[in-house]
Write a protein that binds this ligand. Structure first.
Ligand code: G3P
Ligand code: MG
Length: 247
């Protein structure tokens, strides 16, 4: 857990404000901009491959179409995932999860968000992948589906899990304790956590990584309440802002 005074810079879908989300170009840019962690989203293809994409279809972020679960990785990777964002990114593909791990240096941690519709087949594929080499130790798996996270943690006790939520919880650390398993991090919507909850979570040994804060006034509030990391579409800007703030 990050115990330094500065929050970790966590690049949302890479550097989604400045590159097409969830592409290798976006993850490369986030790393170049000094992100200490990147967040990405995974789904399973028809042939059981871990595919990095936010939506469960290709329609919004590629020139392809249709559900990821109905297409093989080879079919998915025919789509262009960059041109919609700008001509400089034409030719970007929808990455396999393994490609992101190969691309990023070991110093950049990876927050894998498993989307709610995930089934037990995805659990097995993800755990197989994470158990290879150093993958497990580079990873925090988060999800809005907390039952899924508890299931994964029971199967792999070394796994770091992070609870995503967009609710104004009565007491955040107490909710984490209800799960009766070790929780690495809380990932609340950035507007829904205050100082006391952040302090109580950290006192319980749980990191706090709110999402997705893109404006300096949001960063100021989060830094002031002492969060452990900030998930942002602009990791470069956040790094510059933190450097300036540190003076
Ligand atoms: O993991 C933080 C954030 O990505 C959660 O929401 O919809 O952007 O995946 P979403
Ligand atoms: Mg996400």
């Amino acid at each position: 857990m990050n115990s330094s005074l500065q929050p970790l810079v966590i690049g949302h879908r890479g550097a989604a404000g400045e590159a097409p989300e969830n592409t290798l170009a976006s993850f490369r840019l986030a790393a170049e901009q000094g992100a200490q962690m990147v967040e990405l989203d995974v789904h399973l293809s028809a042939d059981g491959q871990l595919i990095v994409c936010h939506d469960d279809t290709l329609d919004r972020t590629t020139d392809g179409a249709g559900a990821i679960r109905d297409q093989t990785a080879e079919e998915i990777r025919r789509a262009d995932a960059g041109a919609w964002f700008g001509p400089a990114f034409a030719g970007e593909r929808v990455p396999l999860l393994s490609e992101v791990y190969e691309l990023l240096p070991l110093t950049v941690e990876i927050n894998v968000e498993v989307k709610d519709a995930a089934g037990e087949q995805l659990d097995a594929k993800l755990l197989d992948f994470l158990r290879q080499g150093t993958n497990l130790f580079r990873t925090v798996v988060s999800s809005f589906d907390h039952k899924l996270l508890v299931r994964l943690k029971a199967a792999e006790p070394e796994l770091r899990i992070g609870l995503l939520y967009a609710a104004d919880l009565y007491h955040h650390a107490s909710y984490a304790a209800l799960l009766e398993t070790e929780v690495w991090s809380l990932h609340p919507h950035h507007g829904l956590i205050g100082r006391e909850d952040a302090e109580d979570a950290k006192a319980a040994g749980i990191a706090v990584y709110p999402y997705t804060a893109n404006r300096p006034e949001e960063w100021e509030r989060l830094a002031a309440i002492g969060v452990s990391g900030i998930i942002t579409d602009y990791p470069g800007r956040l790094n510059d802002w933190l450097a300036q703030r540190a003076g």
